[in-house]
Design a binder for this molecule. Structure first.
Ligand SMILES: Cc1cc2nc3c(=O)[nH]c(=O)nc-3n(C[C@H](O)[C@H](O)[C@H](O)COP(=O)(O)OP(=O)(O)OC[C@H]3O[C@@H](n4cnc5c(N)ncnc54)[C@H](O)[C@@H]3O)c2cc1C
Length: 459
C-alpha cells in the first residue's frame, strides 16, 4: 500500500516550503519531507546564524574603535561567546520554528519527518512508508565538503555546522579555505578575540572575484591582523601536543601553522548520494549535482531539482528563485527560465562586497568592447561620515549598448546599493538612467551617477 499525493517535496530548504504552500494553495495534495531541521542550511547553519554572528562581531569592532567616535569604553572589550551564541540561537531558532509551524498549518499539506529515498521515478520511501506522486521536487541542499587531505581522520575539525555549537572564543582558529564562508567566519572570530589564520591553496582569496577585489579584501582582513597564507600547495592536518598543525608548504610563510582549532571551509557537496536517484533514473554530473534544464526539470519528466543540489546556484536567493521559476511554469503557465536571471550575491564581510553581473575576466573572455569606472569609498561622503572608508565601487558597461555588464561594490552598504545597478540591468536600460537619476543625500547610492561620469575604456 502507498499513499498518493499530487506533489512530493523532499527537503525544506529555501525552495521547498514556498513551493509546498503554492501547490497546496492551488488545491494540490502535497507531502513535504524533512530529515533534519526545518528551514535547511540558510536557517540553521548558513545565512541567518552567520549574519547574526557577524552583527555581534561588528558591534564589538565598533566598540573597540570607540575613541575614534568620541566615546570611552572602560577597559577592554571582551566578547561573551555564550551570550553571542544565545542571541544567534534565538534568531535562527525563531526562523526554524516559523518554517515548521507554517508548513504544519498549511491546508492540503502533510509534513513528514524522515530521510526520503526514491524507490522509482514516481515513488519515494520514508520511514518504511511508500509515497507516490506524479510531481516530485528535490530540494535537498548540500553540506560542507570534507576533502580527503592527509591527517583528516587524526584531528578534530569544525565545519560551518559544528561552528554553530561553539560557545567559546578559540585561542587560534585556523581556517582552511579563503572563500566566502571562510572569510566571513575569519573576520567574525578575529573580532570575537581569536587569533585567525586563513590558509588558501590558490594564489588569492575569493579567487572567482576580480584581482583588485581580492587584493582589497585581503588588505582589509590583514589590517585587522588576520593572517593570510595563500598558495598553500599541500594542505595537511596533524596533532601537535595539545594543538593542531596545518601543513601548508606555502610559497610565502612557514611550512606549517599551529592553532587550537581548525575550520574546514573548502566548498560544498550536494546531498544527492543517498537519495536513490539511480532507482528514479535521475542523472547527476560528476560532482553529484542533479542535471536540470532551463526550467529546472531533471532528465526524468515529472521530477524537478531546486536549490543548491542542481548546481545552478549556491545561494538562498537562487534557491528561492528556483521555486518561483518552477511554480510559475507549472501553476501560472508563465514561461520563466534560469538563464533569465543575473548573477548576484554578497560577501558579508565588513565592509561587505555586493556583486552583480560579469567579472572582469568574463568580460575579457567575451571579447566585447567595454568601459569601466572605479571610485574609492574614501571619496564617498557617507563612508567618511561613518568612519568606514575601506573599499571601492567598480562598474563596467557595454561600450555599444551602454548596458551595465557588471559591478562590485566593496564598501559600506555595498550589499544593498548593488541592487540599484542590478534592477537597471534587469530592465535592460542603459547606465545613463542611473547617471541621470536624483538620489538621496547623503548615501552611497548618490555617488553612482558621479562614478558613472568617469567611464574609461576597459582593457
Ligand atoms: C555558512 C554559510 C553561510 C551562508 N550564507 C549565505 C548568505 O549570506 N546568503 C545566501 O544567499 N546564501 C548563503 N549560504 C548558502 C545558503 O545557505 C544555501 O544556498 C541555501 O540554504 C539554499 O539551500 P537549498 O534550498 O538548496 O537547501 P538547504 O537549505 O540546504 O536545505 C535542504 C534540506 O533538505 C534536507 N534533506 C536533505 N536530504 C534529505 C532527504 N534525503 N530526505 C529528507 N530531507 C532531506 C536537509 O536536511 C535540509 O533541511 C550560506 C551557506 C553557508 C554554509
Amino acid at each position: 500500500m502507498s499513499r498518493h499525493f499530487d506533489a512530493i517535496i523532499i527537503g525544506t530548504g529555501q525552495a521547498g516550503p514556498s513551493l509546498a504552500a503554492r501547490c497546496a494553495a492551488a488545491g494540490m495534495t502535497v507531502a513535504i519531507i524533512e530529515r533534519h531541521k526545518f528551514g535547511g542550511t540558510c536557517v540553521n547553519t548558513g545565512c541567518i546564524p552567520t549574519k547574526t554572528l557577524v552583527a555581534s562581531a561588528y558591534a564589538a569592532h565598533v566598540a573597540r574603535r570607540g575613541a575614534e567616535y568620541g566615546f570611552v569604553v572602560n577597559g577592554d572589550v571582551h566578547v561573551d561567546m555564550k551570550r553571542v551564541k544565545d542571541r544567534k540561537d534565538e534568531v535562527a531558532g525563531r526562523s526554524n520554528r516559523g518554517v515548521e509551524e507554517w508548513l504544519r498549518g498549511l491546508k492540503n499539506c502533510t509534513v513528514i519527518q524522515g530521510h526520503a529515498r526514491f524507490q522509482s521515478s514516481r515513488t519515494v520511501v520514508v520511514n518504511d512508508e511508500v509515497l507516490q506522486a506524479d510531481n516530485l521536487f528535490i530540494n535537498v541542499g548540500g553540506r560542507a565538503s570534507i576533502p580527503a587531505m592527509p591527517g583528516i581522520n587524526d584531528v578534530p575539525f569544525l565545519t560551518n555546522s559544528s561552528m554553530m555549537d561553539v560557545d567559546f572564543v578559540p585561542k587560534h582558529l585556523i581556517i582552511v579555505g579563503g572563500s566566502y564562508i571562510g572569510l566571513e567566519f575569519g573576520q567574525m572570530y578575529r573580532r570575537f578575540g581569536s587569533d585567525v589564520t586563513i590558509v588558501e591553496k590558490t594564489p588569492r582569496l575569493i579567487g572567482r572575484e576580480d584581482e583588485d577585489v581580492s587584493e582589497e579584501v585581503r588588505k582589509i582582513l590583514e589590517m585587522e591582523e588576520i593572517r593570510v597564507l595563500a598558495n598553500a600547495k599541500c594542505i595537511s592536518l596533524a596533532k601537535h601536543d595539545s594543538r593542531i598543525a596545518v601543513g601548508i608548504e606555502c610559497e610565502e610563510g612557514p611550512p606549517e601553522v599551529l592553532g587550537t582549532h581548525v575550520l574546514l571551509a573548502v566548498g560544498r557537496t550536494p546531498n544527492t548520494n543517498d537519495l536513490g536517484l539511480d532507482r528514479a533514473g535521475v542523472a547527476t554530473d560528476q560532482r553529484g549535482y542533479i542535471i536540470v534544464d532551463d526550467q529546472l526539470q531533471t532528465n526524468v519528466p515529472g521530477i524537478w531539482a531546486l536549490g543548491d543540489c542542481n548546481g545552478r546556484g549556491a545561494f538562498t536567493h537562487t534557491s528561492y528563485n528556483d521555486y518561483e521559476i518552477v511554480a510559475d511554469n507549472l501553476l501560472n503557465a508563465d514561461h520563466r527560465s534560469v538563464s533569465d536571471r543575473i548573477q548576484t550575491y554578497a560577501l558579508f564581510s565588513d565592509p561587505p562586497l555586493g556583486r552583480c553581473g560579469m567579472t572582469d575576466a568574463e568580460i575579457r573572455k567575451s571579447g566585447r568592447a567595454a568601459l569601466v569606472t572605479k571610485h574609492p569609498m574614501s571619496r564617498v561622503s557617507r563612508a567618511v561620515e561613518k568612519g568606514e572608508t575601506q573599499g571601492f565601487i567598480k562598474i563596467t558597461v557595454d561600450a555599444e549598448t551602454k548596458q551595465i555588464l557588471g559591478a562590485a561594490i566593496l564598501g559600506i552598504g555595498g550589499d544593498e546599493v548593488i541592487h540599484v545597478l542590478l534592477d537597471v540591468m534587469y530592465a535592460k536600460a542603459p547606465y545613463t538612467v542611473v547617471q541621470r537619476a536624483m538620489h538621496i543625500h547623503p548615501t552611497v547610492a548618490e555617488f553612482l551617477p558621479t562614478v558613472l561620469d568617469k567611464l574609461e575604456p576597459f582593457v
